[in-house]
Design a binder for this molecule. Structure first.
Ligand SMILES: *Cc1c(COP(=O)(O)O)cnc(C)c1O
Length: 357
């Protein structure tokens, strides 16, 4: 398998303990503790847990003031959730190509795509990386055009900007996902971080019927129900305790792949600066991709084709020229990326790739 989540006895025990002491299951103290752990880990003032990392983007955009009909710039290479989170309430994703070095938005193309309808930029820190131009350039661009910066940091828990700020903390809002493939998982789950008190209040109301706390039927604004559960929080708390160790392991796995694949010119591993980035997946451009996948599969090794260009997905089917996302669509491959991979397994994967070429 290319990826599988990792849970242990600690998670099982935490759920059993919770079930012995409380029976509401819906979000309460465990969720608050989980939110506090994420806020402390990232250095954000507020953290709001929600049911997944797509809704977290929807709510982040709504809380940032994006409305139906507004345009938001989104990379053409990302998980489909990034643009779909905007479609959810009628906002319009405008696709822009990514840089070949980091697979993050290309700032020059972003500037060219800004129109009077543009309200925000959704910056996806692909794989825990940040754009080459630097985040300060993005903040300056937002300032110049009066845009909100929404960070889709779903792949970046444990990754930082060069100044030591956690990814997700530079924008007005940062969004995380705890779906099965992410560095920590609660099965499904998401969270939004922000330093802005008003935005935090809006997010809490948006996820809970527009009210300020459970057990009341007084509603301040329109809100929905995107709440978390205590069972997920029990798991999330235990997963957070394991995060730092996983960050180190993700980096070590990358360095082992990199050393092992050096000189294999048909495999171009994307670079990660491990002093800042905890690579989520090990992404590469490979020659004869489909044959390599089949060869690896025959050896019991799972790999996965990277995201196709979003504009070419049937869900969007928009015209346009996006050379970098098209290149990834043709040659991009994720190598096995589970945190539990052993050194022996990685060496076996490397040997199998070499054997193929
Ligand atoms: C995983 C992911 C999401 C979606 O998160 P879910 O929790 O699966 O809804 C959004 N954006 C990016 C970049 C992701 O990797």
């Amino acid at each position: 398998m290319q990826m599988r989540p990792l849970f242990g006895e600690e998670e099982k025990k935490a759920i059993c303990e919770y079930m012995d002491e409380d029976g509401f299951i819906t979000e309460f103290k465990r969720t608050q503790e989980f939110e506090k752990m994420i806020a402390e880990f990232t250095g954000a003032k507020h953290c709001i847990a929600v049911n997944n990392g797509t809704i977290s983007l929807t709510l982040a955009a709504m809380a940032a003031g994006v409305e139906a009909g507004d345009e938001v710039i989104v990379p053409n290479y990302t998980m489909i959730a990034s643009p779909n989170s905007l479609k959810m309430f009628g906002a319009v994703p405008v696709f822009v190509d990514v840089e070949e070095s980091t697979l993050c938005l290309d700032i020059n193309l972003v500037e060219a795509a800004i129109t009077p309808k543009t309200k925000a930029i959704m910056l996806v820190s692909a794989n825990g990386r940040y754009p080459d131009a630097g985040i300060e350039q993005f903040l300056a661009l937002c300032e110049k055009h009066n845009l909100k910066l929404i960070e889709d940091s779903a792949q970046s828990l444990g990754s930082y900007y060069p100044d030591g700020t956690h990814i997700g903390c530079k924008g007005l809002v940062g969004s995380f996902s705890f779906s099965a493939p992410k560095i920590i998982s609660t099965g499904q789950g998401g969270a939004i971080i922000t330093d802005d008190d008003d935005v935090a209040l809006r997010l809490r109301r948006l996820k809970d019927f527009g009210r300020d706390g459970g057990g009341t039927d007084v509603h301040e604004s329109i809100g929905f129900n995107f709440k978390f559960t205590e069972l997920q929080a029990c798991i999330g708390i235990e997963q957070m305790k394991k995060l730092s160790e996983r960050v180190e392991r993700k980096k070590a796995i990358f360095l082992r792949y990199k050393a092992g694949l050096e000189g294999v010119e048909q495999v171009k591993l994307f670079e990660n600066n491990v002093s800042t980035t905890a690579p989520w997946f090990y992404d590469a451009l490979v020659e004869r991709r489909e044959d390599l996948i089949a060869h690896l599969k025959g050896k019991g090794i799972g790999s996965r084709v990277m995201y196709p260009p979003i504009n070419q997905q049937r869900a969007y089917a928009e015209d346009g020229s996006y050379p970098t996302s098209e290149l990834i669509g043709e040659k991009g491959l994720w190598l096995p990326s589970a945190v539990q991979l052993t050194d022996e397994e990685i060496d076996y994967i490397i040997e199998s790739i070499k054997e193929f070429y």
